[in-house]
Design a protein around this ligand. Structure first.
Ligand code: PMP
Length: 811
């Protein structure tokens, strides 16, 4: 389909200006024999401006001879040649028709027999054996000897004959469509390091130059159709042209349409021919060209469905960027516009060739009509363009309608409608930016590139379950065991999917190994959602509910001494006939209002638990992964040795992954009566996410960072305590901080309403925090650990303004 850009005065004389060569089949057979040593009958394959013939070799594979138009630029032929040789080197199994070197046999210049039309052909002695390329291979001239026709000199090339047949779009089934996309991706990948100066030539078919189609509109006679194409070009100007310079660009085939591929009986590509449109352009433009061809004859949703299968195939080999998908629909439209506009122009010039020129017009018009019916934005989305965010109010109404009442509550009166996150920032649909001082899951920052890439790459490689052998799970288990304190014997890992599941498994290990059924937790603890763990989560207990096998102790520092509390609680359990199976402790006592007790208090809990025959379970779901800034694991800071450690929320920075780490001996006893397997637990992607999180924590020195910034934050908040009587206490460690709010007159009287107003007002001022504690009067500050000093300052400044506003307003 090579057509030089209209009116651009490209350096080479337009091949369209010179008549096609006119050698007879006999002469062509003769040329093939003499120049390439391939003898056989010459059968016309059809070509608009060159002569392309199949040479049917007796007893041989045959070959395709191309005699170029006398206007052909040798630099362009070199571009084609080198592109093909490059592909053959990078991806040798891609079925690209390869050119052959002319026979290095020196012959006298010889006048071929005149054919019926009386054209004489002179086959040149090119002295081919003398040419050598810079790498010692044949020089490009060796691939393109010349023949002399009556109208001038013509380059001649001989290509391998590819097996297969041409197919109509309707013959390709879904698998063939995907295969087409995948093959195209390989072709693009094979060319991505290729350079040739002639690739910068201007071709009207290159969608990079789509604006140059505008003068051709005049050739479209039907006014409505002209408007259709005009609208496509307008849209191109508005949406594609401004984005062009940010699209990935390279040399591409340029016309990987069904006209230029051969397929087997299943529609799989067996041959790629005709690099005549090879040029430098946007990578995505190459896919648009094939799509326009593959959609021919397809109607309605089937066209878009088919396109998506091709795109899937492409992405299986080379993922596309959102910016590329955003313009793909417009580029497919532009390609169809190019087909009909160029065809209208050329038919006016060469009416005798109308049938060939207009071959794809009807299908292209039909697709243009189809697309116009949908509208360009809808078409863009059908081709995978990212959707613009929907409005917040209707979205929350839809959500309310579909989710059960247990889940419908959103945090904040004005819902946080997130569309994007980065580091400590969340971005809303309306474009506003919120400082995230609340979410502990994105521990190394929202969308950390290392974690994101780890997840994406492993997803592309394979994701399966833990009954198959793969390295990431084993490596993660080794890393986790290696992160436990020496001598703790915490040497056995089970990977699961959530903190709840981890705590649930811990409970099963505890009951199985202790033979007991009692559990101890702090007064307002939260450990998860499963039935068993909900029973161990008093924060969630309905009024008056208390499972008989569970007793609570006051969180250290909030009631009687820990020693007395433990003795009392164990007594209560035994009165109820339940020996102690396990005590669960969240190292940050988050739900109890955020507390960092003395190590001796925590050690006392461990000691009494173990003496009662129970297991001490360090629930690190909140406080682990460096949150407290002292150590990677909170329990290490308390100097204790748990029997079981459970990890969760931050472990995959948002990818669901959790773990139970215990001693082998305990696991063996559990396993004696139970087989445990969780389908997603420790899947390769989850394991890679968790490994990436551990890597980033180390590389970015996150634990030290949390310690330092947390120190600054807590000190600055403590200053607020002096300024605002409602701030009864500031406590915490690292980046887990609680601010207890009380009435301004009595620091012992919790003020949950004030806490709520503060949280809402902070959100309105762009800072996300939460509330916790039995009375919900403790402001909960628990940001991603990449929270920096500047963020801490912003948080404190905003809080000061809000406290001022809220307490003054109330007085
Ligand atoms: N333990 C603690 C201390 C938690 O804070 C949570 C969740 N907030 C869980 C366990 C349960 O984790 P998940 O929601 O992932 O099941």
């Amino acid at each position: 389909m090579t057509t030089s850009a209209a009116g651009t005065g490209s350096r080479a004389p337009s091949v369209l200006e010179a008549p096609p060569p006119a050698f007879s089949p006999d002469q062509i057979a003769d040329i093939a024999e003499r120049l390439f040593g391939v003898g056989g009958r010459a059968v016309n394959l059809g070509s608009e401006r060159d002569q392309t013939y199949l040479i049917e070799e007796d007893g041989g594979p045959g070959a395709v001879l191309k005699i170029s138009n006398s206007g052909e630029d040798p630099a362009v032929l070199d571009l084609e040649l080198e592109a093909i040789l490059h592909i053959a080197g990078v991806d040798p199994s891609l079925p690209v028709a390869r050119p052959r070197v002319a026979r290095p046999r020196v012959t006298r210049p010889r006048v071929a027999r005149p054919h019926a039309a009386g054209t004489a052909a002179v086959i040149h002695d090119a002295g081919l054996g003398d040419h050598a390329g810079p790498d010692g291979g044949p020089a490009s001239e060796a691939y393109r000897p010349t023949v002399q026709g009556s109208d001038g000199t013509h380059f001649v090339r001989l290509f391998d004959r590819m097996v297969g047949h041409t197919a109509a779009a309707s013959e390709l089934d879904d698998d063939a469509l995907r295969d087409f996309g995948a093959t195209q991706a390989r072709l693009n990948l094979a060319l991505r390091s290729f350079f040739h100066p002639a690739a910068g030539r201007e071709l009207l078919w290159n969608l990079k130059h789509a604006t140059k189609l505008r003068p051709l509109l005049a050739y479209i006679a039907d006014a409505r159709r002209r408007e259709l194409v005009e609208a496509v070009l307008d849209r191109y100007d508005q949406r594609v042209a401004p984005a062009w310079s940010s699209l990935r660009a390279q040399v591409v085939h340029g016309d990987l349409s069904l006209d230029n591929v051969l397929v087997d009986d299943r529609g799989r590509i067996t041959g790629i021919v005709d690099f005549g449109d090879t040029a430098h352009t946007a990578q995505i433009a190459d896919l648009a060209v094939s799509l326009a061809s593959l959609l021919r004859g397809r109607t309605g949703q089937d066209a878009f469905r088919s396109a998506r299968l091709v795109i899937d195939g492409y992405m299986s080999g080379s993922p596309l960027e959102p910016g590329e998908l955003a313009v793909l629909g417009d580029l497919v439209s532009a390609r169809m516009a190019a087909i009909v506009a160029i065809s209208a122009w050329r038919v006016a010039r060469y009416p005798e060739n109308a049938q060939y020129i207009q071959a794809w017009d009807d299908d292209s018009w039909a697709l243009l009509e189809l697309f116009a019916g949908y509208g360009p934005d809808a078409v863009a989305r059908e081709f995978g363009a990212p959707r613009p965010p929907v409005a917040t109010a209707p979205l929350s109404a839809r959500r309310r309608q579909l989710l059960g009442s247990a889940l419908t509550d959103l945090t904040y009166r004005r819902p946080v409608h997130v569309v994007r996150g980065q580091g400590v920032w969340l971005y809303e649909a309306d474009g506003s930016r919120l400082l995230d001082a609340y979410n502990n899951v994105p521990v190394v920052g929202h969308c950390h590139p290392r974690v994101t890439e780890a997840v994406v790459r492993q997803t592309r490689a394979v994701n399966t379950h833990a009954r198959y052998l793969y390295e990431p799970l084993v490596e993660l288990a080794e890393r986790l065991v290696g992160s436990m304190p020496a001598g703790a014997d915490l040497d056995t890992v089970t990977l699961v999917n959530s903190g709840s599941e981890a705590n649930d498994l811990a409970w099963r290990i505890a009951t199985a190994t202790s033979g007991h059924s009692g559990g101890l937790v702090t007064a307002f603890a939260y450990h998860g959602v499963s039935s068993v763990i909900a029973d161990l989560s008093p924060e969630e207990w309905p009024e008056g509910f208390r499972p008989t096998n569970v007793e609570t102790i006051a969180a250290p520092g909030t009631g009687p001494s820990v020693k007395a509390e433990m003795e009392r609680a164990l007594g209560v359990l035994s009165e109820r006939g339940a020996g102690l199976a396990a005590t669960y402790i969240d190292g940050g006592f988050t739900s109890d209002g955020i507390l960092i007790p003395a190590s001796t208090d925590v050690a006392e809990i461990v000691d009494q638990t173990q003496r009662a025959g129970g297991l001490f379970i360090a629930d690190e779901v909140q406080a682990g992964h460096g949150r407290l800034g002292r150590d990677l694991w909170a329990f290490v800071g308390y100097g204790i040795t748990p029997d079981v450690v459970t990890l969760g929320k931050p472990m995959g920075n948002g990818y669901p992954v959790a773990a139970v780490i215990t001693r082998k001996e305990l696991m063996d006893r559990f396993a004696a009566t139970t087989e445990f397997f969780s389908t997603f637990g420790g899947n390769p992607v989850a394991a890679q996410a968790a490994l990436a999180v551990l890597d980033v924590i180390e590389d970015e020195r996150i634990v030290e960072h949390a310690s330092r910034v947390g120190g600054v934050l807590i000190a600055a908040l403590a200053d607020l305590q002096g300024r605002f009587p409602a701030v009864a206490e500031v406590r915490g460690q690292g980046l887990l901080v609680g601010i207890e709010l009380s009435t301004t007159t009595d620091p012992r009287r919790p003020d949950p309403e004030l806490a709520q107003r503060v949280v809402e007002a902070m959100r309105e001022r762009g800072v996300l925090i939460g509330r916790t504690g039995r009375h919900s009067n403790v402001l909960k500050i628990r940001p991603p650990l990449v929270f920096a000093q500047e963020h801490a300052e912003r948080l404190v400044d905003t809080l000061a303004v809000v406290l001022d506003e809220q307490t003054v307003a109330r007085r």
